[in-house]
Each structure stands twice: as structure tokens, then as C-alpha cells.
Design a binder for this molecule. Structure first.
Ligand code: ADE
Ligand code: ZN
Length: 326
């Protein structure tokens, strides 16, 4: 069996991490106090007790509420620094992190405040740990196409520091097709494209992400397994799936870790990776995700090495940097 120290010691990339989802209750309280904000909880324990979700929307409601303590560039820097410090302890050497600018600009926090803070945190992680990172700007799919275009326009001065665009938030009812034009505009600007699809939504949403958004990487993708032709296509095309085991169980998209499909994905030839999604809310960072999945599904050392190797193959690092990590 695979030991925790083997997993933690294995160099890996994290490809599916919402930086706002790494806000631990302790930092939430510290930032609330620093910014003179009251939050509707008495204690860190009360916050953690509220993290009991029946589905994605349940979680999102609490996640967006938690983000309200983030106000200044220093807040975003401290958030990122805390995540990178934690990730390094789990063997992460490269991270491609999502941020949700609309969650902040809709509260009148300037785009520049958000991104300068995050970029500061990224520079700090590289200087102190040698951890490299990239930013992926996510559009909130419950908002309009027009709002996504406005966000892309706000990002214009920062495009040389943004690797790609993504699509997150409430999936069902907001198919990828809604964002076809904004993804095409992002592609014209040279940005990579990823999208959450098949987390709660049907296989058809995964097809749309492939065919209409021309994604370079698929976030979650679990429900692709319901469609054999789609699964075969993903394998044939070498599409990377950023799978998030603890998230899947916490959001009740998978009944328990004992029936998680991570091993099925590998056996079907999918380029699956393991990631933490929103670790402050789902009970563990990336190594805990590897450990839980490996233990419950009986993954071998070779399987775990394959998952870590896939994380570099699926990253947006250039070929020389990928080769240096393999
Ligand atoms: N935003 C943060 N985490 C998310 C997830 N797992 N799915 C969709 N949107 C998200
Ligand atoms: Zn996610």
C-alpha cells in the first residue's frame, strides 16, 4: 500500500484549486477583524460546523459569503501565501490556481486589487519555496455572457500574467454554450481555456466544453464516465481531467470515497489528476486527496506516480519545464 510519506514526498502539480476556496476559518476571522467586518459566526468551530453540504449550490452560497472578508491587496496576498505554504508541505512544486474576479468586482473591490495581491503571493512562493505558479481567471457561469465579456475587458492590462480562462460556479442550467463567444475571444488573446463540466452537469456539457469552448483541460469531468463514446474520446485526445476526490464526496456527487471512480478513470486510459478544489471547505489539501483516494480505491504506487506525472503533463508549463519535472 501507499504510505502518506510517499504521497507527500512525490513532487506534484496542483491544477484545480480555487484560491478563494483555500480561505481557512482562522484567516477568515483574522481578515474580518483587520477590516472591521462582522461575520455571522461566533467561532472557528462554528464556521467549520457549517461546512456540511448536500450539493454544489449549498457550498457555493457559503463560499461566496466567506469571500466577503477579502478586501485589500494584502488580504489576497495573505490568502495566496497561506495556500502556497500549505501546498509546499504536500509536495506541490507547481500550481495553476483559479480566481473568481466577479466575486470581488461585484462588491466594488477593483480587479487590480485582487490580481496585484495574488501576484504578490505568487512571487513570495517562488522566492521562498521555488514553487512556480500560474493564474486562471474563472468566469462565474451563473452570471451573464455580457458580465464575462466585461471581466475579460478588465483583465486586458494583466493578460501577460494570466495563463488562461476557466468556467465555474453553478453548473446545471448554465451550459458551456452560454460562454462560447467569450471563450473564443479569450482564445484570440492567446489564453488557454479550461472549464468545469460533468461535476453535476450531464455528459452533454462535457461535449459542449470540448466542441464549443475548445478547452485545453477538463475540470472534474466525472459524469463523462456515463457515456462510453465520450470517455473513449477523452482518452484518445489525451484530455487532462482535474479530479477532486474530497470535493466530490463533500458535495455528494460521489456517494462515498469507497466508490470514487479515480481508478476507473485510470483503467479507461483517461489522463486523470488529483486536486483539492476548495481545501478549506472540503477537509483536506492535495496530499489528503491522494491519500483518501489511494486508500479507498486501493491505488498502487504506480497509480499514484501516474497521477502525479499526469499533473505535469496536463499543466500549462512549457515542454522543457514539464520534462524537467518528469
Ligand atoms: N467554485 C469553487 N469551487 C467550485 C466547484 N467545485 N464547482 C464549481 N464552482 C466552484
Ligand atoms: Zn472547482
Amino acid at each position: 500500500s501507499v504510505t502518506d510519506s510517499f504521497i507527500a514526498g512525490l513532487p506534484k502539480a496542483e491544477l484545480h484549486l480555487h484560491i478563494e476556496g483555500s480561505l481557512e476559518p482562522e484567516l477568515m476571522f483574522a481578515l474580518a477583524e483587520r477590516n472591521g467586518i462582522t461575520i455571522p459566526f461566533d467561532s472557528v468551530e462554528a464556521v467549520r460546523a457549517a461546512y456540511d453540504f448536500s450539493n454544489l449550490q449549498d457550498f457555493l452560497d457559503i463560499y461566496y459569503a466567506g469571500a466577503e472578508v477579502l478586501r485589500t491587496a494584502a488580504d489576497f496576498r495573505d490568502l495566496a501565501v497561506a495556500y502556497f505554504d500549505r501546498a509546499v508541505a504536500d509536495g506541490v512544486v507547481h500550481a495553476e490556481i483559479f480566481f473568481d474576479p466577479q466575486t470581488h468586482t461585484d462588491r466594488s473591490i477593483p480587479f487590480a486589487t485582487v490580481i496585484t495581491g495574488l501576484l504578490d503571493g505568487m512571487a513570495d512562493a517562488e522566492a521562498r519555496h521555488g514553487l512556480t505558479s500560474k493564474l486562471i481567471l474563472c468566469f462565474l457561469r451563473h452570471l451573464s455572457e455580457e458580465a464575462a465579456f466585461a471581466t475579460l475587458a478588465e483583465a486586458e492590462p494583466w493578460l501577460d500574467r494570466i495563463a488562461g480562462v476557466g468556467l465555474d460556479s453553478s453548473e446545471v442550467g448554465h451550459p458551456p454554450a452560454k460562454f462560447q463567444r467569450v471563450f473564443a475571444a479569450a482564445a484570440e488573446k492567446g489564453l488557454k481555456r479550461v472549464a468545469h463540466a460533468g461535476e453535476e452537469g450531464p455528459p452533454e456539457y462535457v461535449r459542449e466544453a470540448l466542441d464549443l469552448l475548445a478547452i485545453d483541460r477538463l475540470d472534474h469531468g466525472n459524469r463523462s464516465l456515463e457515456d462510453a463514446a465520450l470517455t473513449a474520446r477523452l482518452a484518445r485526445e489525451g484530455m487532462t481531467l482535474t479530479v477532486c476526490p474530497l470535493s466530490n464526496v463533500k458535495l455528494c456527487n460521489v456517494a462515498s470515497m469507497d466508490v470514487h471512480p479515480i481508478d476507473t478513470m485510470l483503467r479507461q486510459g483517461l489522463r486523470a489528476t488529483v486536486n483539492s478544489d476548495d481545501p478549506a471547505y472540503f477537509g483536506g489539501y492535495i496530499a489528503a486527496n491522494y491519500q483518501a483516494a489511494a486508500r479507498a480505491r486501493g491505488l498502487s504506487r504506480d497509480d499514484v506516480v501516474t497521477l502525479a506525472r499526469n499533473s505535469f503533463l496536463g499543466s500549462f508549463l512549457d515542454d522543457a519545464a514539464v520534462a524537467a519535472h518528469l
